[in-house]
Ligand binder design. Structure first.
Ligand SMILES: [Zn+2]
Length: 356
């Protein structure tokens, strides 16, 4: 297995819903501690500082550690778990899915249940079951039973869907691609910079709580004070049946998507041009993505202090915010290659030229 697929697998299989990212942080720490200076901000974002030939410019590459998940809100007297969402769920993808409750006495497996369709009136059956009508069944028979298993309100619940290599081995499916893929990108970039002289300092950052409002991006940017920022993300792929081309332009297998617009930011155009020129120079495939919805950590980082030239580079991904997302590992490799080449070039003079 390619080393970077093993890295993606390790990151995807770690549990880390928003606010509970410790397992993911440990994976990042283990990989980058030998190569960087590690620090953790007060909300929990991990910052890996990779020194180059010179201290400035300071380049921040952010990937968020959190995945969308659920939280135990209450327990019924019959022993069913009621929950609240952490991050943006689509009710249609939730029913009958396996989950793991991360309780005080260890992992408890369960399934998301609802009233059976057989008992619904014909009209009711046509409607989407709403999340507030769902619950989690952990096989308990009473409230006491649940307590006995070590579960309390406030415990996180993570989806159970480990990484699988598909028949074509470059195709990967699993939970939490959004945004463990971005975490894998900055880890891999830093590893490949190990013996390369780069005219800057790179900060690989695993941020917390992106899915609930780009929170870790704010606090980690305050620690770093970056001169340039790149969010390493997933990008919604539009290459599935029924998607209009202009709604999502990115295609799997066609390289990293350079995001030129989303709901949280209008990226720095000179930074876009630097990335495009670099891709062309090194014959790395790339594509563009533009939409007006959604946002990333860069949406918060570019507003830090007096402003930071920023952009988003995304690995095209199908079915994000569900139990199973799909990526093409070749896109991951090309994203890493592109970022490494950009960093090798991005010196103080270029960083200065990015500013208006
Ligand atoms: Zn994301």
């Amino acid at each position: 297995m390619s080393e970077s697929i093993a890295l993606i697998e390790e990151l995807v299989n770690a549990s880390g819903v928003s606010g509970y990212e410790a397992e993911v942080r440990e994976v990042i720490k283990r990989h980058l501690e030998p190569l960087t200076e590690i620090s953790i901000d007060n909300l929990g974002s991990i910052i890996a500082k990779k020194a180059g030939a010179i201290s400035e410019p300071r380049i921040m590459i952010a990937g968020h550690m959190d995945e969308i998940g659920l939280m135990v809100s209450s327990i019924s007297k019959e022993g069913f778990i009621m929950f609240q969402p952490l991050g943006g769920w689509w009710d249609q993808v939730m029913l009958a899915q396996r989950v793991v409750v991360k309780g005080g006495k260890g992992d408890v497996p369960g399934v998301i249940g609802s009233k059976p369709p057989h008992l619904l009136a014909p009209e009711e059956r046509k409607k989407v079951v709403e999340m507030r009508e769902m619950f989690i069944d952990i096989g308990a028979s009473s409230n006491e039973d649940v307590k006995e298993m070590g579960i309390k309100p406030g415990d996180p619940i993570v989806v159970d869907s480990p990484l699988t290599r598909m028949k074509k081995e470059n195709m990967l499916m699993g939970k939490a691609m959004d945004d463990r893929v971005g975490c894998a990108v900055f880890i891999e970039v830093i590893k490949r910079l190990k013996d390369i002289e780069h005219p800057n300092t790179v900060f690989g950052v695993g941020t917390v709580q992106e899915e609930v409002g780009l929170r870790g991006a704010k606090t980690s940017a305050a620690v770093i004070n970056p001169d340039v920022a790149i969010a390493a993300e997933v990008s919604i792929a539009g290459d599935t049946p029924g998607v209009r081309e202009n709604d999502a332009q990115a295609r799997l297998g066609k390289g990293p998507a350079i995001v030129v617009l989303d709901g949280s930011m209008i990226p720095n155009t000179k930074l876009r041009d630097l990335i495009v020129d670099t891709a062309e120079q090194h014959e790395i495939p790339y594509q563009f993505q533009a939409g007006t919805r959604g946002g990333t950590d860069a949406g918060r980082i570019h507003l830090h202090s007096t402003g930071v030239p920023s952009i988003v580079i995304g690995v095209p991904t199908r079915y994000i915010h569900s139990h199973v997302a799909v990526i093409d590992h070749n896109d991951f490799e090309n994203t890493v290659k592109l970022m490494v080449e950009v960093i090798k070039k991005l010196d103080g003079e270029i960083a200065k030229s990015l500013k208006p």
